[in-house]
Design a protein around this ligand. Sequence first.
Ligand code: HEC
Length: 129
Amino acid sequence: MMFWLPIWLVTAMVLTAQPVWSQGNEALVKQGQEIYENNCADCHRSNGEGLPVKFPALKGNALVTGAAAPLIATVLNGRKGPMGLMPAWKDHLNDGQVAALATYIRQTWSNQAPAVTPEMVAEVRKRGK
Ligand code: HEC
């Protein structure tokens, strides 16, 4: 799909989609929050508490604050489980966006886990899990 877009448009998309790494963690978390609000909060809610029975809480969730790879894989590939369908994001969010998003949900709502880098996302994307 990307291949038919004019180069200036691709450049603009890349520029606006790139996280502001140079500005430190705060800017990264802020970018992640924006991505979360736009893509995830409808189901998992802005406070990360989800909705009983329908959408799991991400606050205090061991999958969110545990090893990075299973979290990245869940976001990229989605999943069909007992609570329903978690959509896949691999075609909608690039590595930098997923990294910012994952860093945000690992470091907000009293969650505490190390940041996720675009390199970690790229690796899981390549491996497929
Ligand atoms: C349309 C609703 C919906 C949207 C939008 C959505 N999710 Fe989910 N998500 C779910 C459901 C339902 C599950 C549980 C699936 C299951 O039963 O295994 C889930 C599961 C998860 C899990 C695994 C939780 C666990 O305990 O195993 C994570 C992490 C997660 N979502 C993160 C996100 C992120 C980050 C976004 C935004 C990019 C997002 N979700 C967008 C519905 C959604």
